[in-house]
Design a binder for this molecule. Sequence first.
Ligand SMILES: [Zn+2]
Length: 282
Amino acid sequence: MTTDKQQTLGASFELSGIGLHSGVVTHVRVLPAEAGEGRYFVRVDLPDSPQIPARVKAVVSTTLSTELGEGSARVRTVEHLLCALAGSGVDNARIEIDGPEVPLLDGSALEWVKAISQVGVVPFGSSPDSSFILQEPVWVYDGDAFVAALPAPLTRFSYGIDFDLAAIGNQWHSWCPGQESFAQAIAPARTFGLAHQIEQLQTAGLIKGGSLENALVCGSQGWINPPLRFSNEPARHKLLDLVGDLSLLGDFPVAHILAYKASHNLHIQLAQQLAQKMNVKG
Ligand SMILES: [Zn+2]
């Protein structure tokens, strides 16, 4: 883990798989990009191969996953791949995809992180440290759910969740990018779902690509497909989603980002507020 700005991939790599919500199989090719280009998607299956920037301004939906759009082009469930890139220090990357949804793979960011580490992460040379240091708290909330950014000496993410199901219950995780391994602490944490909600999500036309191979499922009697990779794997996965959503800022602010029972919607609301303070052009 490095905090140097302006890095890209040493070479390109490809991964394919089924999208959680669409059930569509897509092929993703991630390529090096120039300094300052940032992370962006290219829908190579559409006429003229439209580009979609992985930026806050491009968010078009936050229903169960984060969806980006530019013009009529869309790409959804971007959060795990973007988290893997940002968590691995890849600031600039061209992400070519031939369909509407990023593959879920095993439900975590692990396969992306492994592929990134195989091709390596390379710097463009020295660049000024231009990290934004948050000076005052920023927060958004909805009922008892919230996401807050607080002034702090280092960038840190913390996440709490609280479920009625005893197997999940109340759990927390905290991660400091400068001090702890992303690949070991966060990337392996998988998507999770609640057994009693699966039928209604399927009826709503969602999670067509979900299975016991790519998501942990929890029922009233406990986990249906154990073992877990961490005792607090759900909290770590929510933290993974938060980091992926905040990567739309381009750079993480120097701040403690603290979330409780939040959603993609609240994550993105906070990112929008931070984008204004950071003077990010979207
Ligand atoms: Zn997720």
